[in-house]
Design a protein around this ligand. Structure first.
Ligand code: ZN
Length: 128
């Protein structure tokens, strides 16, 4: 068990970065997720309970926000350069959006849980 923080200090950037990588925001020593979007009940390394997380729809909102800003300029740029058939576009862009969204959602949820823990939101006020 590592103890990098005093009772009052939880570094926001460290916690969100660890969550982004799928690691425990509190210690960074163990996995945060038991399954795709389901956090472990307690960190096996430091014992922090993740039952208090209330990420709800924020990770999905962030994914849509970020993905839209990445994908829309790509769609516009490709359409300015190439004359792609509509059936290719109707297959390519939703498929690409789905793949990117699936790749982003777990890191986004991890970062949101890190934010909630670092800022002692919901039930994360206790402990170290
Ligand atoms: Zn931990």
């Amino acid at each position: 068990m590592t103890d990098h923080y005093s009772v009052h200090q939880r570094d926001l950037r460290t916690a969100m970065t660890r969550g982004l990588k799928g690691c425990c925001p509190a210690c960074g020593e163990a996995r945060l997720f038991a399954r795709f979007l389901k956090p472990v009940g307690h960190c096996p390394a430091c014992g922090q309970s993740w039952a208090h997380q209330r990420a709800d729809d924020l990770p999905a909102y962030l994914v849509v926000l970020i993905l839209g800003h990445i994908l829309v300029p790509i769609v516009v740029a490709v359409n300015l350069r190439y004359d792609m058939p509509i059936w290719v576009q109707m297959t390519l862009w939703p498929g690409l959006a789905l793949v990117i969204a699936l790749l982003m959602i777990q890191p986004a949820k991890g970062a949101v849980i890190g934010l909630q823990w670092a800022r002692r939101m919901h039930g994360f006020s206790g402990g170290r």
